[in-house]
Design a protein around this ligand. Structure first.
Ligand code: GDP
Ligand code: MN
Length: 399
């Protein structure tokens, strides 16, 4: 689950990571109130504010979603411009993302501070070694993608032993590699240590802090925060679970979660309806092997009755790239003929809504009865018994 910048910062701050402080506002009047309040509390600020669009996408600065306000009138007018706009950045869909709220933050870039130091820092899992790592660079700021492409040697990596955690010498090495000494080095060591603790304790899958800022008086703080939480760990973070912003998720994902279906949107054109995550993955492999591309991962779970099958069909068909649907069900506890009946009923209920060929493979308890049921239904449902056969039939209808 992805968070807004302001939510990510809240979590960081709760673990002692210094942040550029701010408050959220939903309209320009609120923005002014928040700005006034903030001015009485800030310790690092210049007396100016920065207005930041809150959407789940990076590159906001370049798209006009981050603006400096030097007085309350500007806070009001800039907030009015940004709230409600469709913000287009390299990371949004072409039409942009609607901005529902802005973060009013203290301006932490001191005037006269000609070269504020902006670093890049992220924490994530190295899947090859199975260990967390901190990636960092002196070349932070809005062009980190270019740095990664053209000068990758400027991005350092520090891997962390899961049993030992981040060790003191590692935090010092990071600060040193960032070119710091004296008070700034100490501040950076504190920052990195708190950041790593926050990552582990919050069950996050990714932190990206870009930029981490060093002010001329040697404060180190997170100016931006991109935080992704592990969905499977949300049960032990009820307060984080409430941070989910449904407006930022695709309607298909929201609907499938409401239906209790496990759905992941993919790029291909073969819709998949499968029971069990392992079988779903095997099904996607098989589709690929046969030369196709899965349009989604969909685990309908244990109870594949007509109602559930219908919900799954409706969700798969929302993706207009889908040109065929493969239903691959293993009947263990759930009997195949019941699933087959579910497919037939759903097909009948949905009528013209189903406008692509459906290939059904049912294996396991009562598979034979299931196949008969489908073959006899007189519907345009193609049945298959073997795994490979099903994948080949998908390719046939697509050809
Ligand atoms: P992103 O573009 O979505 O990554 O949003 P960021 O939060 O990283 O902000 C983009 C850029 O705006 C930063 O790299 C800074 O250069 C600038 N910026 C952010 N906060 C401030 C601020 O308080 N004062 C000034 N002057 N610039 C800021
Ligand atoms: Mn950023």
């Amino acid at each position: 689950m992805n968070l807004h910048e302001y939510q990510g910062k809240e979590i960081l701050n709760s673990f002692g990571v210094r942040i550029q402080r701010g408050r959220i506002a939903h309209n320009h009047k609120e923005a002014v109130d928040v700005a006034k309040q903030l001015a009485t509390e800030t310790e690092t600020g210049t007396g100016w504010w920065v207005i930041k669009a809150q959407v789940h996408a990076g590159g906001r600065g370049k798209g006009g979603g981050v603006k400096l306000a030097k007085n309350l009138a500007e806070v009001e007018s800039i907030s009015q411009d940004i709230i409600g706009m469709m913000l287009v950045t390299p990371q949004t869909p072409p039409e942009g993302k609607k901005v529902n709220q802005v973060l009013i933050a203290e301006d932490v870039y001191y005037p006269g501070d000609n070269e504020p130091e902006e670093y890049y820092m992220s924490v994530l899992l190295n899947r090859e070694t199975g260990r967390n790592m901190i990636m960092y660079s002196t070349e932070g700021g809005v062009d980190i993608e270019t740095v990664a492409e053209e000068t990758p040697h400027l991005i350092y990596t520090e891997e962390i032993d899961p049993a030992l955690g981040l060790l003191g010498f590692q935090a010092r090495k990071i600060a040193f590699n960032l070119g710091l000494s004296g008070g700034a080095l100490k501040e950076m060591v504190k920052f990195v240590s708190a950041l790593y603790t926050a990552f582990v304790k919050s069950d996050s899958t990714m932190f990206e802090i870009n930029p981490v800022l060093k002010t001329s008086d040697d404060k180190i703080l997170a100016v931006d925060a991109k935080v992704s939480l592990d969905d499977s760990a949300l049960y032990r973070h009820k307060d984080y679970a409430e941070m989910r912003d449904l407006r930022e998720e695709t309607p298909i994902e929201v609907e499938s979660r409401a239906e209790g279906l496990n759905y992941v949107d993919l790029e291909g054109n073969v819709g998949c309806m499968v029971n069990g995550a392992g079988l779903a993955m095997a099904t996607m492999d098989l589709i690929k092997q046969a030369g196709g591309e899965p349009a989604n991962f969909l685990d309908v779970g244990g109870t594949a009755d007509a109602k559930r099958v219908e919900a799954a069909f409706r969700i798969i068909l929302k993706d207009t790239n889908v040109k065929a649907i493969l239903v691959n069900i293993f009947g263990g506890i759930v009997r195949c003929d019941r699933v087959a009946q579910g497919v037939v009923d759903a097909y009948t209920n949905m009528g013209d809504a189903i406008n692509v060929p459906i290939i059904v493979r049912l294996q396991g308890t009562n598979a034979k009865e299931a196949k008969e049921l489908i073959d006899k239904s007189g519907m345009e449902i193609i049945s298959a018994t073997e795994f490979q056969e099903a994948a080949d039939k998908v390719q046939e209808v697509l050809a």
